[in-house]
Design a protein around this ligand. Structure first.
Ligand code: R2B
Ligand code: URA
Length: 266
């Protein structure tokens, strides 16, 4: 059932990943108007999974623990199905640093909250530090695709991955906050100097697990706001949806091009 999978796209919300599957179906002209794409994982609330030809669309929830569980199971699936040449992309949202809302950020390097490119986890009572590397040529190809599409701004930059949306991302509007506006600005400016263009909550473990399993991986997130200017996402639902569609368009365009090139070469 999964042996032909070549592209796996993962993103936080089950609904968004269903919309992405439907979008890919139309883009690849695979849509059968009578058939719906069923959620292959309907028996569990952990995540949703849709398969459209060679493309798998899977949700992962919010944060490192949530995506890590899904990735373990997905990597086993890819292994047991004997899939080859699989490219995996996380498509998501983020808070930008010094970029206009709506800018798409393709991750050069995922870094933790101290700006280090590593993922730390306690295993058997010991802290294990894992390297994280994303595929630089894939990131460049995605940037090139965005130039060809010419519909929105896309940049390549570092992505900071945090354990929390509020204090972990230096927000002032959580349930509590024990630092000042100046502390927040100083931290975000430090992040910016370390090449961080956006902040989200899954990229380090995603990059670490993809590296360990030899999957070609990229992280592509749209910035919903500029965190140097505020904490709250105040744009309308329609504007937000438009921003989210940018990532889907870019990754959809990339997949379509790759499949066309493959079809041309066989
Ligand atoms: C981006 O948005 C979510 C938090 O709202 C989180 O999953 C992430 O990485
Ligand atoms: N997702 C995040 O993790 N942070 C933001 O600011 C926006 C989306």
């Amino acid at each position: 059932m999964f042996g032909d999978v070549k592209f796996v796209c993962v993103g936080g919300s089950p609904w968004r990943m269903k919309v992405f599957a439907e979008y890919i179906a139309t883009e690849l002209c695979m849509e059968d108007p009578k058939s719906e794409y069923p959620n292959i994982c309907a028996g569990t609330d952990r995540y949703a999974m849709y398969k459209v030809g060679p493309v798998l669309s899977v949700s992962h929830g919010i944060g490192i623990p949530s995506i890590a569980v899904m990735l373990h199971e997905l990597i086993k699936l890819i292994h047991h199905a004997h899939c080859t040449d699989v490219t995996i992309m996380r498509i998501g949202t983020s808070g930008g640093i010094g970029v206009e809302p709506g800018t798409v950020v393709v991750t050069k390097q995922a870094v933790d909250g101290t700006f280090q490119p590593r993922f730390e986890q306690v295993i058997l009572g010991k802290t294990v530090v894992r390297d994280i590397d994303l595929d630089q040529s894939l990131a460049k190809e995605l940037l090139k695709c965005s130039k060809e599409l010419n519909q929105f701004e896309t940049v390549i930059g570092n992505t900071m991955c945090t354990m929390d949306f509020y204090e972990g991302q230096a927000r002032l509007d959580g349930a509590f906050c024990f630092y000042t506006e100046k502390d927040k600005q100083d931290y975000l400016m430090k992040a910016s100097k370390a090449g961080v263009c956006n902040i989200e909550m899954e990229s380090t473990v995603f990059a670490a697990m993809c590296k360990l399993s030899g999957l070609r991986a990229a992280v592509v997130c749209v910035a919903l706001l500029d965190r140097l200017k505020g904490d709250q996402i105040s744009c309308s639902h329609e504007v937000l949806q438009g921003y989210e569609q940018r990532v889907q368009k870019l990754v959809g365009y990339y997949i379509k091009q790759q499949l066309k090139a493959k079809a041309g070469s066989t």
